[in-house]
Ligand binder design. Structure first.
Ligand SMILES: Cc1ncc(COP(=O)(O)O)c(C=O)c1O
Length: 397
């Protein structure tokens, strides 16, 4: 046998797919915990609440009723109908449950399917950064080219239509929007959406609108779906899910909604990849959308309380700037360059202070070299303590 054959060489499309820095921090934090240390987790982007009871009961009932087999590729009709009702009720979006809603395995699968369905070699996808790292990774997996559009703290991390116009070319196939935004918490201003609509008009760019944090808005802010803006609906695919607002991250449920011409190609991939999301989980998901509005609102209020506490703590110092976080459950803290690169600062915080945060470089942005993301999806005492340690560390440098 030829021992020089490299059996483990991955396909070329994996060349730029790196392990997630968030994972690396989390793994090291877990290692410290196994060694008996107490670590404060400000890195995790998932709620610390339990799933609403009604969803658990409905899923358990579904198992008892034998809903344990394959279902339709597009998802269970009950859940598609519930998503369609929900989008209409909460976000003023009308999509037919028959062919305009695809139930996905988390919002992540929705992002992946949308990008795989429409973007390939030669296509460009504009991604405002800092950004959730899956967008760039999915674009690369699709063989398309990510085009970075830097967002700035001075502009409230809003998409600037002029800057968008400047990076668009005839190869632009998709523009990714995320509101409320991970990692900055920015809620996109409707005027900016109108500006985006002007820029993409007469182009072949689709809009991939990630609205997984749509329910998590604070301080009187309102979530406006890009798809509800005149002129954008016909080119927009809306991504949503259960992980953040319903504390159902482990259920792996989400959706992709849009005009049927845009949803159908994504469904074609689904037939040959995952077939369908877990059948009984979907019935629990339908119950959550239809009946757990009060639990969702209680969680939102608690997140808002934590956000306000975090901003109060940060108001007592001037090294870390949180920007204008109107939604999601993150603060993106930019800081002066003299404190060194965010990778180093994040690792130092973990090793010396036992506070886990995410370096800004995890979000595909150069600006992230001097920023940290913290999540306030943790208990309020941990949040306060973690922030105090963070502030003490940056002030002593
Ligand atoms: C912006 C954004 N979109 C999508 C997801 C993935 O959500 P899900 O767990 O439903 O796949 C995340 C998870 O952190 C996210 O931050």
């Amino acid at each position: 046998m030829n021992s020089t054959l490299d059996l483990a060489e991955p396909a070329a499309r994996l060349a730029d797919i790196k392990p997630s820095p968030i994972r690396a921090i989390f793994d090291r934090a877990s290692e410290l915990e196994r060694a008996g240390e107490r670590v404060i987790h400000l890195e995790i982007g998932r709620p610390d609440f339990d799933t609403p009871e009604v969803a658990k009961q409905r899923a358990a009932q579904a198992i008892a009723d034998g809903k344990v087999h394959y279902g339709p590729n597009a998802g269970q009709p009950e859940l598609r109908a519930a998503i369609s009702r929900y989008l209409d009720r909460r976000h003023n979006l009308t999509y037919s449950p028959d062919d305009e809603v695809l139930v996905t395995i988390g919002a992540n699968e929705a992002v992946f399917l949308a990008i795989m369905a429409f973007c390939g070699p030669g296509d460009e996808v504009v991604i405002p950064v800092p950004a959730w790292s899956a967008y760039v990774a999915c674009v690369r997996l699709a063989g398309a080219t990510p085009v970075i559009l830097p967002l700035s703290a001075d502009d409230g991390y809003q998409v600037n239509p002029d800057a968008l116009a400047a990076v668009m070319t005839e190869r632009t196939r998709m523009v990714v929007l995320c509101t409320p935004h991970n990692p900055t918490g920015a809620v996109t201003d409707p005027k900016r959406l109108a500006g985006v609509a002007d820029v993409v008009r007469d182009t072949r760019a689709l809009v991939l609108s990630d609205e997984i944090y749509a329910e998590l808005v604070y301080g009187g802010q309102r979530h406006i779906s890009p798809a509800s803006v005149a002129d954008l609906r016909h080119r927009t695919l809306v991504v949503g899910g259960f992980a953040k607002a319903y504390a159902m991250d482990g259920w792996r449920l989400g959706w992709l909604a849009g005009p049927k011409e845009l949803v159908r190609p994504a469904l074609r991939i689904r037939q040959f990849t995952t077939i369908c999301p877990t059948t009984f989980a979907q019935l629990g998901g339908a119950a959550a959308l239809d009946e757990a509005g009060a639990e969702r609102e209680a969680m939102r209020q608690e997140f808002e309380r934590r956000r306000n506490v975090a901003l109060e703590v940060l108001a007592q110092q001037d090294v870390l700037s949180p920007g204008e976080p109107g939604g999601a459950f993150y603060l993106y803290l930019s800081y002066p360059e003299r404190l060194g690169p965010s990778d180093e600062l994040a690792w130092r915080l973990l090793e010396e202070q036992h506070v886990a945060v995410v370096p800004g470089t995890a979000f595909d942005s150069d600006g992230g070299k001097h920023a940290l993301r913290i999540s306030y999806a943790c208990g309020i005492d941990d949040l306060r303590e973690g922030l105090n340690r963070l502030v003490a560390t940056v002030q002593s440098n």
